[in-house]
Ligand binder design. Sequence first.
Ligand code: F6P
Length: 539
Amino acid sequence: MTGGLVMKKIWQALLAHYEGVKHRPILSLFDDTARAELFTARAGEMVFDWSKTNIDADARAMLLALSEASGVAAKRQAMFSGETINETERRAVLHTALRDLEGTVIVGGKNVVAGIVATLERMEAFAADVREGRFTGQGGQITDVVNIGIGGSDLGPAMATLALAPYHDGPRVHYVSNVDGAHITDTLRGLDPATTMVIVASKTFTTIETMINAQTARDWMSKVVKNTDAQFVAVSMAAEKAAAFGIDASRVFGLENWVGGRYSMWGPIGLALMLAVGPTRFREFLAGGRAMDEHFLQADFDHNLPVLLALVGIWHNQICGYATRAVLPYDQRLTRLPAYLQQLEMESNGKRVAMDGSDLTIHSGPVIWGEPGTNGQHAFYQLIHQGTRVVPCEFLVARHGHEPDLAHQHLLLVSNCLAQAEALLRGRSLAEAQAIMETKGLVGDELERQARHRMFPGNRPSTVLAYPKLTPFVLGQIVALYEHRVFVEGVILGINSYDQWGVELGKELALVLQPMLEGKVSSAGKDGSTQMLVDYLKV
Ligand code: F6P
Protein backbone atom coordinates (compact mmCIF):
# COMPACT_ATOMS: atom_id res chain seq x y z
CA MET A 1 0.00 0.00 0.00
CA THR A 2 1.27 3.52 -0.75
CA GLY A 3 1.74 6.00 2.11
CA GLY A 4 -1.25 8.00 0.87
CA LEU A 5 -3.44 4.94 0.88
CA VAL A 6 -2.35 3.98 4.38
CA MET A 7 -3.19 7.48 5.59
CA LYS A 8 -6.58 7.37 3.88
CA LYS A 9 -7.39 4.08 5.55
CA ILE A 10 -6.44 5.40 8.98
CA TRP A 11 -8.55 8.54 8.50
CA GLN A 12 -11.48 6.38 7.46
CA ALA A 13 -10.97 4.03 10.39
CA LEU A 14 -10.87 6.97 12.80
CA LEU A 15 -14.07 8.46 11.37
CA ALA A 16 -15.81 5.08 11.57
CA HIS A 17 -14.58 4.57 15.11
CA TYR A 18 -15.90 7.98 16.12
CA GLU A 19 -19.33 7.15 14.68
CA GLY A 20 -19.43 4.17 16.99
CA VAL A 21 -18.39 5.99 20.17
CA LYS A 22 -19.69 9.52 19.74
CA HIS A 23 -22.58 9.08 22.18
CA ARG A 24 -20.52 7.24 24.78
CA PRO A 25 -20.06 9.17 28.04
CA ILE A 26 -16.42 10.13 28.45
CA LEU A 27 -16.94 9.46 32.14
CA SER A 28 -17.45 5.76 31.41
CA LEU A 29 -13.85 5.56 30.19
CA PHE A 30 -12.81 6.09 33.80
CA ASP A 31 -14.19 2.65 34.63
CA ASP A 32 -10.63 1.78 33.75
CA THR A 33 -9.03 3.00 36.96
CA ALA A 34 -5.68 3.38 35.22
CA ARG A 35 -7.08 5.82 32.65
CA ALA A 36 -5.88 9.02 34.31
CA GLU A 37 -2.33 7.68 34.46
CA LEU A 38 -2.44 6.11 31.00
CA PHE A 39 -3.70 9.33 29.42
CA THR A 40 -1.24 11.63 31.15
CA ALA A 41 2.17 12.49 29.74
CA ARG A 42 5.05 14.38 31.28
CA ALA A 43 7.87 16.56 30.02
CA GLY A 44 10.14 17.35 32.92
CA GLU A 45 7.82 18.66 35.61
CA MET A 46 5.09 19.57 33.15
CA VAL A 47 2.01 17.35 32.99
CA PHE A 48 -0.47 16.97 30.15
CA ASP A 49 -3.72 15.26 31.08
CA TRP A 50 -5.80 14.21 28.07
CA SER A 51 -7.89 11.62 29.88
CA LYS A 52 -11.06 13.77 29.81
CA THR A 53 -11.48 13.26 26.07
CA ASN A 54 -13.40 10.60 24.23
CA ILE A 55 -10.18 9.08 22.93
CA ASP A 56 -10.02 5.43 23.94
CA ALA A 57 -7.23 2.90 23.46
CA ASP A 58 -8.30 2.12 19.89
CA ALA A 59 -8.56 5.76 18.84
CA ARG A 60 -5.23 6.43 20.49
CA ALA A 61 -3.59 3.63 18.52
CA MET A 62 -5.09 4.92 15.27
CA LEU A 63 -4.01 8.49 15.96
CA LEU A 64 -0.50 7.34 16.71
CA ALA A 65 -0.54 5.29 13.52
CA LEU A 66 -1.59 8.46 11.67
CA SER A 67 1.41 10.33 13.02
CA GLU A 68 3.72 7.46 12.06
CA ALA A 69 2.25 7.08 8.58
CA SER A 70 2.41 10.81 7.85
CA GLY A 71 6.16 10.78 8.48
CA VAL A 72 6.29 13.09 11.50
CA ALA A 73 9.60 11.57 12.67
CA ALA A 74 11.36 12.06 9.34
CA LYS A 75 9.95 15.56 8.86
CA ARG A 76 10.94 16.47 12.42
CA GLN A 77 14.48 15.44 11.57
CA ALA A 78 14.31 17.45 8.34
CA MET A 79 13.17 20.55 10.24
CA PHE A 80 15.79 20.36 12.96
CA SER A 81 18.57 19.73 10.50
CA GLY A 82 17.78 22.73 8.34
CA GLU A 83 16.22 21.17 5.25
CA THR A 84 14.00 23.40 3.10
CA ILE A 85 10.69 22.29 4.58
CA ASN A 86 8.97 25.62 3.85
CA GLU A 87 8.65 24.62 0.22
CA THR A 88 6.54 27.50 -1.09
CA GLU A 89 9.01 30.09 0.17
CA ARG A 90 11.99 27.75 -0.36
CA ARG A 91 13.31 28.20 3.15
CA ALA A 92 14.51 26.17 6.08
CA VAL A 93 12.53 26.46 9.32
CA LEU A 94 15.01 26.85 12.11
CA HIS A 95 13.58 28.72 15.06
CA THR A 96 14.76 25.68 17.06
CA ALA A 97 18.35 26.67 16.27
CA LEU A 98 17.86 29.94 18.18
CA ARG A 99 17.69 27.96 21.41
CA ASP A 100 20.17 25.23 20.52
CA LEU A 101 23.15 27.28 21.60
CA GLU A 102 25.56 24.38 21.84
CA GLY A 103 24.34 22.56 18.76
CA THR A 104 25.44 22.27 15.18
CA VAL A 105 22.93 23.31 12.55
CA ILE A 106 24.11 23.45 8.98
CA VAL A 107 22.40 25.76 6.50
CA GLY A 108 23.94 26.18 3.05
CA GLY A 109 27.03 24.28 4.21
CA LYS A 110 27.60 26.55 7.21
CA ASN A 111 27.03 26.01 10.93
CA VAL A 112 24.66 28.85 11.81
CA VAL A 113 24.88 28.43 15.58
CA ALA A 114 28.01 30.59 15.88
CA GLY A 115 26.11 33.49 14.31
CA ILE A 116 23.10 32.90 16.56
CA VAL A 117 25.28 32.99 19.67
CA ALA A 118 27.10 36.10 18.44
CA THR A 119 23.77 37.90 17.90
CA LEU A 120 22.52 36.77 21.31
CA GLU A 121 25.67 38.09 22.94
CA ARG A 122 25.29 41.41 21.13
CA MET A 123 21.71 41.62 22.38
CA GLU A 124 22.87 40.81 25.90
CA ALA A 125 25.62 43.44 25.86
CA PHE A 126 23.18 46.02 24.56
CA ALA A 127 20.47 45.06 27.06
CA ALA A 128 23.00 45.32 29.89
CA ASP A 129 24.06 48.76 28.66
CA VAL A 130 20.45 49.96 28.62
CA ARG A 131 19.50 48.36 31.92
CA GLU A 132 22.63 49.57 33.69
CA GLY A 133 22.47 53.10 32.33
CA ARG A 134 25.47 53.09 29.99
CA PHE A 135 23.21 53.51 26.97
CA THR A 136 21.09 56.55 27.70
CA GLY A 137 18.60 58.83 26.05
CA GLN A 138 19.01 62.59 25.83
CA GLY A 139 17.43 62.82 29.30
CA GLY A 140 19.50 60.08 30.93
CA GLN A 141 18.74 56.46 31.81
CA ILE A 142 16.15 54.76 29.62
CA THR A 143 12.95 54.40 31.62
CA ASP A 144 10.65 53.13 28.87
CA VAL A 145 11.04 50.97 25.79
CA VAL A 146 8.40 51.00 23.06
CA ASN A 147 8.46 47.97 20.76
CA ILE A 148 6.80 48.83 17.46
CA GLY A 149 5.95 45.72 15.46
CA ILE A 150 2.95 43.62 14.48
CA GLY A 151 2.06 39.94 14.14
CA GLY A 152 5.09 37.84 14.97
CA SER A 153 7.09 40.97 15.72
CA ASP A 154 4.66 41.80 18.52
CA LEU A 155 2.47 38.97 19.78
CA GLY A 156 5.18 36.62 21.02
CA PRO A 157 7.30 39.12 22.95
CA ALA A 158 4.20 41.01 24.16
CA MET A 159 2.67 37.77 25.47
CA ALA A 160 5.94 36.74 27.12
CA THR A 161 6.62 40.15 28.64
CA LEU A 162 3.26 40.05 30.37
CA ALA A 163 3.74 36.40 31.36
CA LEU A 164 7.02 37.18 33.07
CA ALA A 165 5.93 40.31 34.92
CA PRO A 166 7.29 39.05 38.27
CA TYR A 167 10.77 39.03 36.72
CA HIS A 168 10.72 42.60 35.39
CA ASP A 169 13.66 44.57 36.71
CA GLY A 170 14.53 46.66 33.66
CA PRO A 171 12.86 49.58 31.92
CA ARG A 172 9.10 49.51 31.44
CA VAL A 173 8.32 47.83 28.13
CA HIS A 174 5.33 48.77 25.96
CA TYR A 175 4.09 47.29 22.69
CA VAL A 176 2.47 49.16 19.81
CA SER A 177 1.14 47.18 16.88
CA ASN A 178 -2.12 48.54 15.48
CA VAL A 179 -2.08 51.10 12.69
CA ASP A 180 -4.99 52.72 14.52
CA GLY A 181 -3.43 55.94 15.80
CA ALA A 182 -5.21 55.35 19.08
CA HIS A 183 -2.72 52.61 19.96
CA ILE A 184 0.43 54.67 19.72
CA THR A 185 -1.25 57.76 21.15
CA ASP A 186 -2.41 55.93 24.26
CA THR A 187 0.96 54.20 24.65
CA LEU A 188 3.12 57.31 24.32
CA ARG A 189 0.90 59.43 26.54
CA GLY A 190 2.75 59.99 29.79
CA LEU A 191 6.12 58.78 28.50
CA ASP A 192 9.13 61.08 28.48
CA PRO A 193 10.61 61.21 24.95
CA ALA A 194 14.02 62.01 26.40
CA THR A 195 14.20 58.72 28.31
CA THR A 196 12.27 56.50 25.90
CA MET A 197 13.88 54.07 23.49
CA VAL A 198 12.00 52.77 20.45
CA ILE A 199 12.57 49.35 18.93
CA VAL A 200 11.31 49.06 15.38
CA ALA A 201 10.74 45.32 15.07
CA SER A 202 10.00 44.15 11.57
CA LYS A 203 11.54 41.19 9.85
CA THR A 204 10.96 42.78 6.45
CA PHE A 205 11.03 46.46 7.50
CA THR A 206 8.25 47.07 4.99
CA THR A 207 5.13 46.32 7.04
CA ILE A 208 3.00 49.40 6.66
CA GLU A 209 1.59 49.48 10.19
CA THR A 210 5.06 49.30 11.72
CA MET A 211 6.59 51.84 9.40
CA ILE A 212 3.85 54.40 10.02
CA ASN A 213 3.94 53.90 13.77
CA ALA A 214 7.75 54.20 13.75
CA GLN A 215 7.48 57.52 11.93
CA THR A 216 4.82 58.71 14.36
CA ALA A 217 7.06 57.77 17.29
CA ARG A 218 9.96 59.63 15.75
CA ASP A 219 7.83 62.75 15.20
CA TRP A 220 6.68 62.55 18.83
CA MET A 221 10.25 62.18 20.07
CA SER A 222 11.64 64.92 17.83
CA LYS A 223 9.60 67.56 19.66
CA VAL A 224 11.96 67.10 22.61
CA VAL A 225 14.98 65.10 21.49
CA LYS A 226 17.61 66.56 19.15
CA ASN A 227 19.04 63.30 17.81
CA THR A 228 16.07 60.96 17.74
CA ASP A 229 17.92 58.33 15.70
CA ALA A 230 20.20 57.68 18.67
CA GLN A 231 17.19 56.45 20.65
CA PHE A 232 15.96 54.11 17.92
CA VAL A 233 16.88 50.46 17.56
CA ALA A 234 15.90 48.10 14.74
CA VAL A 235 15.32 44.37 14.64
CA SER A 236 15.19 43.31 11.02
CA MET A 237 16.51 41.17 8.22
CA ALA A 238 16.65 44.29 6.04
CA ALA A 239 19.66 46.14 7.46
CA GLU A 240 19.77 48.53 4.51
CA LYS A 241 16.15 49.57 5.04
CA ALA A 242 16.81 50.17 8.74
CA ALA A 243 19.82 52.28 7.75
CA ALA A 244 17.68 54.25 5.31
CA PHE A 245 15.27 54.93 8.17
CA GLY A 246 18.24 56.42 10.04
CA ILE A 247 19.14 53.68 12.49
CA ASP A 248 22.85 53.13 12.96
CA ALA A 249 24.15 49.65 12.13
CA SER A 250 25.44 49.28 15.71
CA ARG A 251 21.82 49.23 16.86
CA VAL A 252 20.43 46.94 14.17
CA PHE A 253 19.92 43.33 15.23
CA GLY A 254 19.52 40.95 12.35
CA LEU A 255 17.43 37.86 11.84
CA GLU A 256 17.55 35.24 9.16
CA ASN A 257 14.98 34.21 6.61
CA TRP A 258 14.87 30.71 8.14
CA VAL A 259 13.06 32.11 11.17
CA GLY A 260 9.36 32.73 10.49
CA GLY A 261 7.82 35.85 12.04
CA ARG A 262 5.51 33.96 14.39
CA TYR A 263 8.40 31.75 15.51
CA SER A 264 10.88 34.56 16.06
CA MET A 265 10.63 35.58 19.71
CA TRP A 266 13.66 33.45 20.62
CA GLY A 267 16.04 35.77 18.77
CA PRO A 268 16.31 39.55 18.41
CA ILE A 269 12.53 39.94 18.14
CA GLY A 270 12.70 39.06 21.85
CA LEU A 271 14.92 42.09 22.58
CA ALA A 272 12.17 44.03 24.38
CA LEU A 273 11.51 40.97 26.55
CA MET A 274 15.20 40.71 27.34
CA LEU A 275 15.28 44.39 28.29
CA ALA A 276 12.41 43.79 30.71
CA VAL A 277 13.66 40.62 32.41
CA GLY A 278 17.39 40.72 31.75
CA PRO A 279 19.73 38.41 29.81
CA THR A 280 19.88 35.70 32.48
CA ARG A 281 16.10 35.21 32.54
CA PHE A 282 16.02 35.36 28.77
CA ARG A 283 18.54 32.50 28.63
CA GLU A 284 16.33 30.53 31.04
CA PHE A 285 13.47 31.07 28.60
CA LEU A 286 15.66 29.73 25.77
CA ALA A 287 16.67 26.76 27.94
CA GLY A 288 13.00 25.93 28.52
CA GLY A 289 12.40 25.97 24.78
CA ARG A 290 15.42 23.76 24.22
CA ALA A 291 14.25 21.32 26.91
CA MET A 292 10.95 20.95 25.05
CA ASP A 293 12.85 20.45 21.78
CA GLU A 294 14.77 17.61 23.38
CA HIS A 295 11.58 16.09 24.71
CA PHE A 296 10.01 16.38 21.26
CA LEU A 297 13.05 14.76 19.66
CA GLN A 298 13.44 11.95 22.15
CA ALA A 299 10.16 10.94 23.78
CA ASP A 300 8.11 8.10 22.27
CA PHE A 301 5.15 9.50 20.37
CA ASP A 302 2.89 7.87 22.93
CA HIS A 303 4.36 10.11 25.64
CA ASN A 304 5.44 13.04 23.51
CA LEU A 305 3.61 16.22 24.51
CA PRO A 306 3.69 18.06 21.16
CA VAL A 307 2.58 14.89 19.35
CA LEU A 308 -0.21 14.23 21.85
CA LEU A 309 -1.49 17.81 21.80
CA ALA A 310 -1.54 17.61 18.01
CA LEU A 311 -3.34 14.26 17.99
CA VAL A 312 -5.97 15.46 20.46
CA GLY A 313 -6.41 18.50 18.21
CA ILE A 314 -6.80 16.31 15.12
CA TRP A 315 -9.32 14.10 16.93
CA HIS A 316 -11.45 17.04 17.99
CA ASN A 317 -11.28 19.08 14.81
CA GLN A 318 -10.93 16.70 11.88
CA ILE A 319 -12.59 13.62 13.38
CA CYS A 320 -15.27 14.94 15.75
CA GLY A 321 -15.84 18.07 13.67
CA TYR A 322 -15.49 20.60 16.49
CA ALA A 323 -14.55 23.75 14.63
CA THR A 324 -13.07 25.76 17.48
CA ARG A 325 -10.87 25.22 20.50
CA ALA A 326 -10.87 27.36 23.63
CA VAL A 327 -7.51 28.05 25.27
CA LEU A 328 -8.21 28.84 28.91
CA PRO A 329 -5.19 29.74 31.02
CA TYR A 330 -5.90 29.83 34.74
CA ASP A 331 -2.95 32.15 34.90
CA GLN A 332 -3.70 35.84 34.59
CA ARG A 333 -0.27 36.57 33.17
CA LEU A 334 -1.06 34.31 30.20
CA THR A 335 -3.81 36.71 29.17
CA ARG A 336 -2.22 37.19 25.76
CA LEU A 337 -1.55 33.50 25.17
CA PRO A 338 -4.77 32.94 23.18
CA ALA A 339 -3.97 35.93 20.92
CA TYR A 340 -0.42 34.69 20.44
CA LEU A 341 -1.71 31.20 19.61
CA GLN A 342 -4.21 32.63 17.17
CA GLN A 343 -1.33 33.74 14.99
CA LEU A 344 0.88 30.75 15.72
CA GLU A 345 -1.80 28.18 14.95
CA MET A 346 -4.17 29.91 12.55
CA GLU A 347 -1.55 31.62 10.39
CA SER A 348 0.41 28.36 10.30
CA ASN A 349 -2.32 25.79 9.77
CA GLY A 350 -5.24 27.78 8.36
CA LYS A 351 -4.62 26.57 4.80
CA ARG A 352 -6.81 25.18 2.04
CA VAL A 353 -4.32 23.34 -0.13
CA ALA A 354 -1.81 20.60 0.57
CA MET A 355 1.92 21.09 0.07
CA ASP A 356 1.57 19.94 -3.57
CA GLY A 357 -1.17 22.53 -4.28
CA SER A 358 -4.06 20.06 -4.35
CA ASP A 359 -7.25 20.89 -2.45
CA LEU A 360 -7.40 19.58 1.10
CA THR A 361 -9.98 16.86 1.51
CA ILE A 362 -10.15 17.38 5.27
CA HIS A 363 -10.56 20.55 7.29
CA SER A 364 -7.44 22.46 8.27
CA GLY A 365 -6.80 23.99 11.70
CA PRO A 366 -9.51 25.06 14.14
CA VAL A 367 -10.45 28.56 15.27
CA ILE A 368 -8.53 29.32 18.47
CA TRP A 369 -9.97 31.61 21.06
CA GLY A 370 -9.99 32.10 24.79
CA GLU A 371 -9.51 34.25 27.84
CA PRO A 372 -8.01 33.59 31.23
CA GLY A 373 -9.99 31.89 33.94
CA THR A 374 -11.78 32.82 36.04
CA ASN A 375 -12.81 35.82 33.89
CA GLY A 376 -14.11 33.61 31.12
CA GLN A 377 -16.36 31.77 33.58
CA HIS A 378 -18.37 34.96 34.01
CA ALA A 379 -18.58 35.55 30.29
CA PHE A 380 -18.67 32.74 27.72
CA TYR A 381 -18.59 29.54 29.79
CA GLN A 382 -22.39 29.51 29.64
CA LEU A 383 -22.11 28.55 25.97
CA ILE A 384 -19.31 26.08 26.66
CA HIS A 385 -21.45 24.24 29.22
CA GLN A 386 -24.94 24.51 27.79
CA GLY A 387 -24.65 25.72 24.19
CA THR A 388 -25.57 23.41 21.35
CA ARG A 389 -22.04 23.23 19.97
CA VAL A 390 -19.18 21.39 21.64
CA VAL A 391 -16.02 23.43 22.28
CA PRO A 392 -12.99 21.39 23.35
CA CYS A 393 -11.31 23.26 26.18
CA GLU A 394 -7.60 23.45 26.85
CA PHE A 395 -6.88 24.49 30.42
CA LEU A 396 -3.48 25.66 31.61
CA VAL A 397 -2.69 25.98 35.30
CA ALA A 398 0.32 26.37 37.60
CA ARG A 399 0.79 24.53 40.87
CA HIS A 400 2.17 27.73 42.44
CA GLY A 401 1.56 31.39 41.83
CA HIS A 402 4.14 34.10 42.34
CA GLU A 403 2.30 35.65 45.27
CA PRO A 404 3.04 33.57 48.38
CA ASP A 405 0.93 35.91 50.50
CA LEU A 406 -2.04 35.14 48.28
CA ALA A 407 -1.64 31.36 48.17
CA HIS A 408 -5.27 30.97 49.25
CA GLN A 409 -6.34 32.90 46.14
CA HIS A 410 -4.20 30.62 44.03
CA LEU A 411 -5.93 27.56 45.45
CA LEU A 412 -9.27 29.10 44.65
CA LEU A 413 -8.05 29.69 41.10
CA VAL A 414 -6.88 26.08 40.77
CA SER A 415 -10.09 24.71 42.25
CA ASN A 416 -12.06 26.69 39.68
CA CYS A 417 -9.96 25.27 36.88
CA LEU A 418 -10.46 21.69 38.03
CA ALA A 419 -14.14 22.34 38.71
CA GLN A 420 -14.71 23.54 35.16
CA ALA A 421 -13.01 20.48 33.67
CA GLU A 422 -15.04 18.24 35.96
CA ALA A 423 -18.32 20.02 35.17
CA LEU A 424 -17.65 19.65 31.45
CA LEU A 425 -16.99 15.96 31.88
CA ARG A 426 -19.73 15.08 34.29
CA GLY A 427 -22.50 17.55 33.58
CA ARG A 428 -25.67 17.47 35.65
CA SER A 429 -28.43 15.06 34.66
CA LEU A 430 -32.08 16.01 34.40
CA ALA A 431 -32.82 13.82 37.41
CA GLU A 432 -30.20 15.67 39.47
CA ALA A 433 -31.59 19.01 38.36
CA GLN A 434 -35.12 17.86 39.20
CA ALA A 435 -33.99 16.83 42.68
CA ILE A 436 -32.50 20.28 43.21
CA MET A 437 -35.75 21.92 42.10
CA GLU A 438 -37.71 19.75 44.48
CA THR A 439 -35.62 21.00 47.39
CA LYS A 440 -36.67 24.51 46.30
CA GLY A 441 -40.30 23.52 46.68
CA LEU A 442 -41.18 23.34 42.97
CA VAL A 443 -43.64 20.74 41.70
CA GLY A 444 -45.23 19.55 38.45
CA ASP A 445 -44.68 21.34 35.13
CA GLU A 446 -42.83 24.22 36.72
CA LEU A 447 -40.35 21.85 38.36
CA GLU A 448 -39.86 20.13 35.01
CA ARG A 449 -39.36 23.39 33.12
CA GLN A 450 -36.92 24.85 35.64
CA ALA A 451 -34.97 21.59 35.85
CA ARG A 452 -34.47 21.51 32.09
CA HIS A 453 -32.79 24.93 32.25
CA ARG A 454 -30.52 23.69 35.00
CA MET A 455 -29.32 20.43 33.51
CA PHE A 456 -25.87 20.23 31.93
CA PRO A 457 -25.27 17.70 29.14
CA GLY A 458 -21.65 17.17 30.18
CA ASN A 459 -19.59 14.78 28.11
CA ARG A 460 -17.61 17.75 26.81
CA PRO A 461 -13.88 17.18 26.30
CA SER A 462 -11.08 19.08 27.90
CA THR A 463 -7.35 18.75 28.53
CA VAL A 464 -5.19 20.22 31.27
CA LEU A 465 -1.60 21.35 30.93
CA ALA A 466 -0.23 21.76 34.45
CA TYR A 467 3.20 23.12 35.38
CA PRO A 468 5.01 24.02 38.60
CA LYS A 469 5.07 27.83 38.18
CA LEU A 470 5.16 30.30 35.30
CA THR A 471 8.93 30.85 35.30
CA PRO A 472 10.95 31.88 32.23
CA PHE A 473 11.97 28.23 31.78
CA VAL A 474 8.38 26.98 31.94
CA LEU A 475 7.22 29.70 29.56
CA GLY A 476 9.91 28.56 27.13
CA GLN A 477 8.61 25.00 27.42
CA ILE A 478 5.04 26.12 26.80
CA VAL A 479 5.87 28.18 23.72
CA ALA A 480 8.04 25.45 22.17
CA LEU A 481 5.34 22.89 22.97
CA TYR A 482 2.76 24.84 20.98
CA GLU A 483 5.20 25.47 18.13
CA HIS A 484 5.83 21.75 17.78
CA ARG A 485 2.15 20.94 18.10
CA VAL A 486 1.55 23.16 15.07
CA PHE A 487 4.34 21.36 13.22
CA VAL A 488 2.92 17.89 13.93
CA GLU A 489 -0.62 18.92 12.95
CA GLY A 490 0.74 20.49 9.77
CA VAL A 491 2.63 17.32 8.82
CA ILE A 492 -0.42 15.13 9.43
CA LEU A 493 -2.61 17.46 7.37
CA GLY A 494 0.04 17.58 4.65
CA ILE A 495 0.17 21.37 4.55
CA ASN A 496 2.92 23.98 4.70
CA SER A 497 2.70 25.49 8.19
CA TYR A 498 5.37 28.06 7.44
CA ASP A 499 3.97 30.34 4.76
CA GLN A 500 1.10 32.83 5.09
CA TRP A 501 -0.16 33.80 1.66
CA GLY A 502 -3.62 34.30 3.08
CA VAL A 503 -2.64 37.64 4.59
CA GLU A 504 -1.59 39.19 1.28
CA LEU A 505 -4.80 39.95 -0.61
CA GLY A 506 -6.27 42.25 2.03
CA LYS A 507 -2.99 44.16 2.28
CA GLU A 508 -2.96 44.74 -1.48
CA LEU A 509 -6.57 45.91 -1.56
CA ALA A 510 -5.96 48.31 1.35
CA LEU A 511 -3.29 50.05 -0.70
CA VAL A 512 -5.82 50.59 -3.50
CA LEU A 513 -8.55 51.77 -1.13
CA GLN A 514 -6.48 54.33 0.75
CA PRO A 515 -6.41 56.90 -2.11
CA MET A 516 -10.14 56.33 -2.62
CA LEU A 517 -10.77 57.23 1.01
CA GLU A 518 -8.58 60.29 0.60
CA GLY A 519 -10.81 61.29 -2.29
CA LYS A 520 -7.90 61.18 -4.76
CA VAL A 521 -9.19 58.26 -6.82
CA SER A 522 -12.70 57.18 -7.77
CA SER A 523 -14.06 53.99 -6.25
CA ALA A 524 -15.84 53.12 -9.51
CA GLY A 525 -15.27 49.46 -10.31
CA LYS A 526 -15.53 48.39 -6.68
CA ASP A 527 -18.57 46.38 -5.61
CA GLY A 528 -21.60 48.38 -4.48
CA SER A 529 -21.09 47.73 -0.80
CA THR A 530 -17.46 48.85 -0.86
CA GLN A 531 -18.36 51.98 -2.85
CA MET A 532 -21.09 52.89 -0.38
CA LEU A 533 -18.75 52.44 2.57
CA VAL A 534 -15.95 54.41 0.91
CA ASP A 535 -18.43 57.25 0.37
CA TYR A 536 -19.49 57.14 3.99
CA LEU A 537 -15.97 56.86 5.49
CA LYS A 538 -13.96 59.12 3.22
CA VAL A 539 -12.60 62.37 4.60
O1 F6P B 1 0.92 39.93 7.74
C1 F6P B 1 1.44 38.80 8.33
C2 F6P B 1 2.89 38.93 8.66
O2 F6P B 1 3.66 38.74 7.52
C3 F6P B 1 3.25 37.96 9.76
O3 F6P B 1 3.52 36.70 9.30
C4 F6P B 1 4.41 38.65 10.40
O4 F6P B 1 4.67 38.14 11.66
C5 F6P B 1 3.89 40.07 10.41
O5 F6P B 1 3.22 40.21 9.17
C6 F6P B 1 4.92 41.14 10.60
O6 F6P B 1 5.91 41.12 9.62
P1 F6P B 1 7.23 41.93 9.78
O7 F6P B 1 7.98 41.41 10.96
O8 F6P B 1 8.00 41.72 8.51
O9 F6P B 1 6.89 43.37 9.97
